[in-house]
Design a protein around this ligand. Structure first.
Ligand code: ARG
Length: 394
């Protein structure tokens, strides 16, 4: 008998996947990754069993996710198409890695996922699995099965007595982890229409946020956020706390038309308060401690890094090389940033660092000024010389 390890979420699609794979003669191991979407309920676990899983594995991957995936992306300032902080995209290579490990432990022939044929996640899972273990087969039931609608899947569950929560189904497709929430489908598919209030998952709408601003202080050491408002916190609780605070103030919501790997444009809505706050804070600290050349070069890497993550190219030499380069720069990124959160906005209002390159005696316009004004003249002469030459008589 062949064994398959399925990335199981507990939703309708992956519940149907369990039965569908079992019907095709597979021994199905359901693998649930806890990436901060909330602990799986007993219902969800027993649903996998009832659907025909021979084993259900739940693994808490939050720490690894934060440390090895979220943190490098934060330090790289990976933001896709200028707006998406990549919560979903970052979780896929991690889940793929653990699928491969579980497959090895179970001596499995294949792994499977419940992604559709038009999304990015299938690409991320499959490219990652193949990079890690090219001998494993990857099955994508949703791309080939007979069901053409949710209703048909629900009928299939009824036939097989698989208990599902149809009534609790949101009108949206939602993916959630500690770095953020992705919301799509339903009325969001009309790109002209404002996302309705019920599409907000945990961030309050700016209109309903408190009319009093809140100031937060984030402290970094070597590029790693280590303290929030003076309290030392590990990465996962620090992100959780910032999500709560930011969400209260309506911070971290973005929506955009996004270019998928498979060629289509889609309307996406994201909520990522902690990611947004940490990205603003970390970026500001780099502006303070990096010299101009380093800062500008480092800033040019973010879009490329985001593209790699988005396209599912995590386990690649270029990503590893970028991490090495970016990691080297992070030694200086120590200090604190103060930010003000208010009705959806998140503004840096102060920063300091032992490695600060800011010198008041050079910047000031007051009598304390020590900048060498005379040196400017010669500098400008040579700096502009190439352009002057164009109009000089030979
Ligand atoms: N478009 C995003 C991405 O490709 C989010 C996809 C998440 N899926 C969902 N069910 N909302 O990363």
């Amino acid at each position: 008998m062949k064994t398959v390890v399925l990335a199981y979420s507990g939703g309708l699609d992956t519940s149907v996947c369990v039965r569908w794979l079992a019907d095709r003669g597979y021994r199905v191991v359901a693998f649930m990754a806890d990436v901060g979407q909330g602990e799986p309920s007993q219902r969800v676990l027993s649903r996998a069993k009832i659907a025909g899983a021979s084993q259900v594995i739940v693994k808490d991957l939050r720490k690894e996710f934060a440390q090895d995936y979220v943190l490098p992306a934060l330090q790289a300032h990976a933001v896709y198409e200028g707006k998406y902080l990549l919560a979903t995209a970052l979780s896929r290579p991690l889940i793929a890695k653990h699928l491969v490990e579980a497959a090895r432990a179970a001596n499995a022939d294949a792994v499977a996922h419940g992604c559709t044929g038009k999304g990015n996640d299938q690409v991320r899972f499959e490219v990652s699995v193949r990079a890690l273990d090219p001998r494993l087969q990857v099955l994508a039931p949703l791309r080939v099965w007979e069901f053409r609608s949710r209703e048909e899947e629900i009928a299939y569950c009824a036939r097989h007595r698989i208990p599902i929560d149809v009534t609790r189904k949101s009108p949206y497709s939602i993916d959630r982890n500690l770095w953020g929430v992705s919301v799509e489908a339903g009325v969001l598919e009309d790109p002209w229409r404002e996302p309705p209030l019920d599409s907000f998952q945990f961030v309050s709408s700016p209109e309903r946020a408190p009319s009093r601003a809140e100031v937060v202080t984030v402290e970094f050491r070597g590029g790693v956020p280590i303290r929030l408002n003076g309290t030392r916190l590990a990465l996962v609780p620090l992100i959780d706390a910032l999500n709560r605070i930011g969400a209260r103030h309506g911070v971290g919501r973005t929506e955009l038309i996004e270019s998928r790997v498979v060629g289509i444009k889609s309307r996406e809505v994201y909520e990522a308060p902690a990611a947004q706050i940490l990205w603003e804070a970390h970026g500001e600290l780099e502006r303070l401690v990096f010299d101009r050349e380093l800062l500008h070069f480092k800033q040019s890497l973010g879009p490329k890094y985001a593209e790699l993550v988005y396209n599912g190219l995590w386990f690649t030499p270029l990503r590893a090389a970028l991490d090495a380069c970016i990691g080297f720069t992070q030694q200086r990124v120590t200090g604190a940033v103060r930010l003000k959160l208010f009705k959806g906005s998140c503004q840096v209002i102060g920063r300091r660092s032992p490695h600060s390159l800011y010198r008041e005696r050079l910047a000031t316009y007051s009598a304390k000024d020590q900048f060498d004004h005379g040196a400017a003249e010669g500098f400008i002469k040579l700096f502009g010389l190439p352009y002057e030459s164009a109009n000089l008589s030979k």
